[in-house]
Ligand binder design. Structure first.
Ligand code: AHM
Ligand code: MG
Length: 350
């Protein structure tokens, strides 16, 4: 049976997923996992919108594994994301920015998908009502679960040894981005937009709050091949390599210099880069050679999306999707966006 064309403005996310199933791009079980993520993000969207009214701005009083202060909404969003993934019955392992180690889910019915996520990225922006987002990547479970010969750190960030189930969960997650089945983000901004790939292009869905559903709004997104927007936290320039400093001179040079745009919220900055072209960068510096962003639930999912949209995700030295993680919260330098722009940076960094 021929699968009917998707219609912008009328095709809901659920209908789209059904068609992806008919095309053989997702299994029924992966569709259930993706639907549970959409549900979690609808709930987070509603909380983000009402945060200022419901006393949900400010700090939770704790730090996450990276030593960063957790916002109240970081904690709540993590609970919502985890709960939706657990109760859908098709998730076997979850790894979150807000949790020290990956967790094996007991109540799995089938499927056993591995989901790595950042429930609320850019949350330092929350109290000012600036856009934030959720990011996720989904792997199939590993067939063999043997740590031997694998370069994986089997300690928590506190230095405690992981038990066997935690080690197995870790092994399920520590996979290169090129193994991802699906990746996406949800941006909570003037509208709430879900952008995802299941390995066959990139599609965007806007939350129609009147019907409570994500509806197709961006069909087969392609990143422009080049674009004169650069998005970096240039306040950090002092610690950057000479090559990158030269690139910063290059973008300001000539009759038509690049425009600078930086929200400080990866999802927002990347979403703009996808639609308008240009490059987003979070480089390493003298103090943090791998920069700030995390490989598993920030750099790899975004790089998978970039490649699926015809763009590029690079560490400056190579493809992000080729890196095999050794730790769940491993960091990685990121240059991502229009192919030509990323390649210019790679040249400066050679
Ligand atoms: P987070 O995961 O703790 O929110 O940090 C990630 C965020 C990204 O959204 C953003 O691109 C970056 O940190 C901004 O960092 P900086 O303030 O150093 O420019
Ligand atoms: Mg983050």
């Amino acid at each position: 049976m021929a699968v009917q064309e998707d219609q912008v403005g009328t095709t809901t996310f659920t209908t789209w997923l059904l068609k992806q199933e008919m095309k053989g791009n997702v299994t029924n079980e992966l569709a259930v996992v993706l639907n549970s993520i959409a549900l979690a993000c609808k709930q987070i969207s509603s909380l983000v919108t009402r945060a200022g009214l419901q006393g949900m701005t400010g700090l939770a009083g704790d730090t996450n594994e990276s030593g960063e202060d957790q916002k109240k909404l970081d904690v709540i969003s993590n609970d919502i994301f985890s709960e939706c993934l657990k109760t859908c019955g098709r998730t076997g392992t979850i790894a979150s920015e807000e949790e020290d180690v990956p967790v094996a889910i007991d109540q799995t019915y089938s499927g056993d998908y591995v989901v790595c996520f950042d429930p609320l990225d850019g949350s330092s922006n929350i109290d000012a009502g600036i856009s934030v987002g959720s990011i996720f990547g989904i792997f199939e479970p590993n067939e063999e679960c043997n740590l031997e010969g694998k370069n994986i750190v089997t300690e928590s960030t506190d230095g405690d040894d992981l038990d066997i189930s935690q080690q197995e969960a870790l092994l399920h997650c520590c996979r290169p981005g090129k193994d991802l089945l699906s990746a996406g983000y949800v941006m909570y901004s003037s509208s709430t937009v879900l952008v995802l790939t299941v390995g066959d292009g990139v599609y965007g869905f806007t939350l129609d709050t009147l019907i409570g559903d994500f509806v197709l709004s961006h069909n087969n997104i392609k990143i422009p091949e080049s674009g004169k927007i650069y998005s970096f936290n240039e306040g950090n320039l002092k610690g950057w390599s000479d090559g990158l400093k030269e690139y910063m001179d290059f973008v300001k040079d000539g009759d038509k210099p690049y425009s600078s745009r930086y929200i400080g919220s990866l999802v927002g900055d990347f979403h703009r880069t996808m639609l308008y072209g240009g490059v987003y960068g979070y480089p390493g510096d003298v103090r943090n050679k791998n920069g700030k962003l995390r490989l598993l639930y920030e750099c790899a999912p975004m790089s998978f999306l970039a490649e699926q949209a015809g763009g590029k995700g690079s560490t400056g030295m190579g493809r992000v999707l080729d890196i095999v993680p050794e730790q769940v919260h491993q960091r990685c330098p990121l240059f991502i966006g229009s192919t030509k722009e990323v390649e210019i940076i790679e040249k400066f960094l050679e």
